[in-house]
Design a protein around this ligand. Structure first.
Ligand code: AMP
Ligand code: MG
Length: 454
């Protein structure tokens, strides 16, 4: 049965062309009419993304131990309650002294100082440096009281026991890392919505933040459809192919820090799919289906999803990935679950994930930055592109040897050819009205990956 509308407490209605709610609540016939209209209307990729983003919001925050924070998104600004570094210390191995003592020092006119002691990282300051004296000091050791500069070891010469010759003048503050010079007390160090990368993880450790407030990661169910699918370890029977989509989808989920909560395979049977969707909606924050969403005789997602969820669009003017059904499902406990009905072709599923599911999953984990870097790249080959559809052409983008980028199209663009993705690190964005591209044309390249280069 079709629901007329869903409980979307945190879900904003789309600002784009499509009406997203039935006008009169509870009017099933009205909802059917809207659903039919949405399923007929073709949206552009930009409109589709906006609709998707308007229908998802950040999941609630939770506290995790510091050790589990890598890859998570900060739910709060991090404000430092201490100074970094916590005390003045030496940035060099050398001698801590008074700059005024060594004003005239040079290799030809060295200044002799008395060495009071040696201090290393981890020592508490014990000796006071006075005129004519110094402390031998190691990197990271606290600056002894009285000293106002450090001369590096290479600019000194050890003399008799307990004495050193300073061969260079020093300015006040030289080779000293002042308390708070990295981070001041009270400073906002990290913004909410930031992904914890290695640097942020280290910073949080430096600040002694052992419990971190992060947004919950979306738990995503993958449902693959298709009677023809065999598992990776299976012998192939006649007519079978191995399922690759569940693996590319798992990889894509991991690449955007979402959690793959479960992977199910269902045959092309409506009843089984209906049950799988309901069960996954009960336990997950989002569902991604693969295959069965286009116009064929055995495409169950196309028929079942509109029954169990509120469809927001079905067709997108893009290649590959035209049939993509986006719907919002009401789980039995009332929470709204976005469902991405992605195509079955191995390239289409990846491109559609990249354009719509990835930004949504990033938004669900509260991420500030959710857009891929787009750069201008000069295309090496000529190719044709369909009229009226934005095309996402798989390409390998690399430095062109001067200051720009070149794009090598990774072969025939059949949407079943996963090899065009293994060779690619970018999608060239060919506008809907461009039907032919000549070598040397500059196109926007959406970088899906930044590999090391040889
Ligand atoms: P469909 O949209 O279900 O008609 O599938 C389109 C094409 O993608 C067909 O050639 C399917 O065999 C193929 N396909 C569907 N699901 C998968 C999958 N999980 N892994 C690899 N290929 C698939
Ligand atoms: Mg199928």
């Amino acid at each position: 049965m079709l629901r007329s509308h869903i409980d979307v407490s945190c879900y904003a209605a789309s600002q784009i062309t499509l009406p997203l709610k039935a006008a009169s609540s509870g009017a099933v016939s009205s909802s059917i009419a809207y659903t039919e209209m949405r399923m007929k209307q073709m949206v552009t990729p930009v409109e589709a993304l906006q609709i998707v983003l308007d229908n998802v919001c950040a999941l609630p925050p939770e506290a995790v131990p510091h050790a589990a924070a890598l890859g998570r998104t900060l739910a709060r600004d991090v404000v430092s309650n201490l100074e970094l570094p916590p005390f003045d210390n030496s940035s060099m191995d050398g001698y801590a002294l008074l700059a005024a003592d060594v004003e005239t020092a040079s290799p030809d006119t060295p200044v002799m100082l008395r060495v009071l002691a040696t201090t290393a990282a981890g020592d508490a300051p014990q000796h006071r440096v006075t005129r004519g004296s110094c402390l031998k000091i190691m990197t990271g050791a606290p600056l002894p009281p009285g000293a106002d500069a450090v001369v590096m070891r290479e600019e000194t010469r050890a003399e008799n026991e307990g004495e050193v010759l300073i061969l260079q003048a020093a300015r006040v503050g030289q080779n000293i890392r002042r308390a708070g010079s990295d981070v001041a007390r009270g400073e906002r160090v990290l913004r909410a919505g930031t992904r914890v990368r290695a640097a942020e993880w280290g910073m949080l450790a430096s600040l002694g933040q052992h419990q971190i407030e992060v947004f919950r990661q979306p738990r995503v169910a993958i449902i693959t459809t298709g009677d023809e699918l065999a598992a990776v370890g299976d012998e192939l029977k006649a007519g079978q192919i191995r399922d690759s989509n569940s693996w590319t989808l798992r990889g894509l989920l991991q690449s955007c820090d979402a959690v793959c909560a479960e992977v199910r395979h269902v045959r092309d049977e409506e009843e089984t799919l209906r049950a799988a969707l309901r069960e996954c909606a009960a336990t997950c924050d989002a569902i991604i289906t693969s295959g069965g969403v286009s116009a064929g005789d055995f495409d169950p997602v196309r028929d079942v999803l509109p029954e169990v969820a509120d469809v927001r669009f079905w067709k997108i003017a893009m290649k590959p990935g035209k049939p993509v059904m986006f719907a919002v499902m009401n789980a039995s406990d009332g929470h709204a679950v976005p469902v991405f009905g992605l195509p079955g072709n191995p390239v289409s599923v990846m491109v559609a994930f990249e354009q719509f599911a990835r930004p949504a999953l990033l938004k669900m984990q509260g991420r500030n930055a959710a857009r891929r870097v787009v750069l201008r790249a000069c295309v090496e080959q000529s190719f044709d592109s369909p009229d009226g559809k934005e095309e996402f052409v798989r390409a390998r983008v690399s430095p062109d040897g001067s200051d720009g980028w070149r794009a090598h199209v990774t072969g025939d663009q059949g949407s079943g050819r996963l090899s065009t993705m293994t060779a690619a690190n970018a999608l060239l964005l060919v506008p809907a009205d461009v039907t032919h591209v000549e070598p040397g044309t500059s196109l926007n390249a959406q970088m899906t990956d930044w590999p090391e280069i040889e």
